[in-house]
Design a protein around this ligand. Structure first.
Ligand code: FAD
Ligand code: NAI
Length: 515
């Protein structure tokens, strides 16, 4: 018995030591990261004789490019109306206050400050790409404007990473009455509207029919955005609203409308079934094979396909409508596509080749949701494309430098016959390096898997595993989802803020005040 107790003590002692050491390691790592981000090196001033590389957008694709790009090789100019990077996977959590919106934003100025050579940033929308004259027309669309709010920026090389806008398919009433979920402003608007609906439903002597309408939250589109939002909304209601305003709790209802026969079409069958059964348990109504045709200020009109093939017109009164039916092409991209004959058959964005060069152009590349490279429009694809371009541009700069050196050395060969052998050896060495640098393979996307939160602390995951796929759903997957997204957050600051928000909403409940 004594030996056993001794063994246990020893194990406990070691466990404690290891925990202590890993805690110490984490604190040291976080402290270093914070110190490093607060004390960047002095930046090199860009050399004006170098090529100007203009980057449009501050999203997943372009920020991945900026992160890995050696900015000393080019005069880099970033143009975007959004002066921050947005970590979209956690955006649905901002609609209910599980996470505060600033926790998933990283200022572009902070990101650029970490680069070796200074990068110019203009907060503006690019309105036109003139590929003939190699200039971009830009416009300051912010509230405060100076005497100059529209101008042109010349480029030698251009990267378009402007993402996509919300698809509405021209369905009447969507833009006027629905909320989207793509940007921070959308999440803030939804958060306000949820509470407005709830407080209006709780208004003295409110009509019972009106209470039902106000508390009916309709989500259109059963892709990952719609599913994650519906899950977050039901959580908010079950965990907070019900407790704070119990008198209306039995009237709250979330309905998810999807035109296809099932939600989450890009996930495996097993996870689709799991999501649908979890939604049933959570009391989220799913209307599949139902296509929304019209939206008014208080109701959604849809056409449901019945099992016998007949169609039925249904009207659903709503308090909040969230429209999540995927992506559409942005005007600047559409405009460029109409001016390039090689793009005339492309519908969903700029068709690019295997090096992400926009077909029919030279010196223009496209990444992310605005590019059609044969992959789904996801953050994962966009960031891999951005990282690929960084490598490509770094290599292009190295190639040019090596070619210059070879040219210079070759020209001295005849002038210094005594050193000819040394110079030839040096040229050979540079040529060897050049072959290595030039040998860059085309872009290849490596799918790591798909993750989605489905509410009540459950998530689904299709993870790529060797050459196969592992599908899992439930509470463990939810913990995996949390840790995966926490580790993917842009910075240590974001990670700490998100952790803090999760703890805060768990301990004190979500903040239901309507700003
Ligand atoms: P974005 O990240 O959208 O960035 C576009 C940038 O271009 C922005 O900075 C914008 O301001 C700027 N811009 C726009 N117009 C102009 C203009 N005219 N001139 C200059 N700049 C302009 N994907 C995943 O893989 N996993 C997920 O979990 C996931 N969750 C998501 C959750 C939500 C709610 C949403 C909406 C999307 C999610 N996605 C997810 C998809 C992912 O966010 C997109 O695929 C990704 O953002 C695409 O990156 P991008 O760089 O092409 O565009
Ligand atoms: P989506 O394109 O994936 O899904 C939109 C859904 O809306 C489709 O299933 C479509 O059938 C449906 N729809 C279209 N019109 C309709 C109508 N009139 N009535 C009813 N239903 C209609 O769009 P989503 O979810 O916005 O995603 C966009 C991209 O971002 C996708 O590539 C997605 O994979 C990615 N994303 C990934 C996430 C994740 O991995 N967790 C989270 C959110 C987005």
């Amino acid at each position: 018995k004594k030996a056993k107790t001794g063994k246990l003590r020893k194990t406990l002692r070691w466990t404690w030591r290891l925990t202590y050491l890993s805690l110490l390691g984490t604190v040291a790592y976080v402290s270093y990261e914070v110190w490093d981000s607060r004390n960047p090196d002095n930046q090199v001033i860009p050399d004006p004789s170098k090529k100007t590389l203009v980057i449009l957008g501050t999203g997943w694709g372009t920020v991945a490019l900026l992160k890995k790009l050696d900015t000393e090789n080019y005069n880099v100019v970033v143009i975007s109306p959004r002066n921050y990077f947005l970590f979209t996977p956690l955006l649905p959590s901002c609609t209910t206050g599980t996470i505060e919106h600033r926790s998933i934003m990283e200022p572009i100025r902070t990101i650029l400050q970490q680069k070796k050579a200074a990068v110019k940033y203009y907060e503006a929308e690019a309105t036109k790409v003139d590929s003939e004259r190699k200039v971009i027309r830009i416009k300051d669309e912010s509230e405060i404007k100076g005497t100059v709010s529209e101008t042109e920026v010349p480029y030698d090389m251009l990267v378009i990473g402007v993402g996509a806008e919300n698809a509405t398919f021209g369905i009447p009433g969507v833009r006027e009455n629905g909320c989207f979920l793509k940007e921070i402003g959308d999440a803030q608007q939804i958060r306000k509207k949820i509470m407005d609906c709830v407080e209006t439903a709780a208004f003295k002597d409110q009509d019972p029919e009106e209470i039902n309408r106000l508390l009916h939250m309709v989500v259109v589109g059963g892709g990952p955005t719609g599913v994650e939002f519906a899950g977050e909304l039901q959580d908010f209601f079950e965990q907070d609203i019900k407790r704070l305003i119990p008198d209306i709790s039995d009237r709250f209802k979330v309905t998810l409308i999807e035109a296809l026969p099932n939600v989450l079409p890009s996930f495996s069958k097993q996870l689709i079934d799991y999501t649908e059964s979890t939604f049933k348990e959570e009391k989220i109504d799913i209307l599949t094979k139902t296509m929304v045709k019209k939206v008014t200020d208080k109701a959604v009109e849809a056409e449901a396909s019945k099992p016998d093939g007949s169609k039925e017109r249904i009207t659903l009164p709503y308090g909040l409508l969230v429209w999540a039916t995927g992506n559409a092409v942005r005007p600047i991209v559409k405009d460029l596509m109409t001016n390039i004959s090689a793009q005339k058959d492309s519908r969903r964005g700029l068709a690019v080749n295997e090096y992400l060069v926009v077909q029919g152009t030279r010196d223009i590349w496209a990444v992310g949701d605005c590019a059609v490279a044969g992959y789904a429009p996801t953050a994962q694809v966009a960031s891999q494309e951005g990282a690929f371009l960084a490598k490509l541009f770094n290599n292009m700069a190295k190639t040019e430098a090596l070619e210059d050196q070879i040219r210079d050395l070759s020209s001295t060969l005849n002038l210094k016959p005594g050193n000819a052998a040394d110079i030839a050896r040096q040229i050979e060495d540079y040529e060897r390096q050049l072959r290595r640098v030039k040998d860059i393979k085309p872009f290849h996307y490596s799918h790591q898997g798909s993750l989605a939160y489905i509410g009540s602390e459950k998530a689904v995951a299709d993870i790529a595993w060797f050459n196969g796929n592992v599908a899992s759903g439930g509470t463990w997957t939810y913990l995996f989802w949390r840790s995966a997204y926490l580790s993917m957050c842009f910075s240590t600051r974001n990670r700490l803020l998100v952790l803090n928000d999760w703890a805060k909403s768990k301990i004190f409940g979500r903040d239901v005040s309507r700003e």
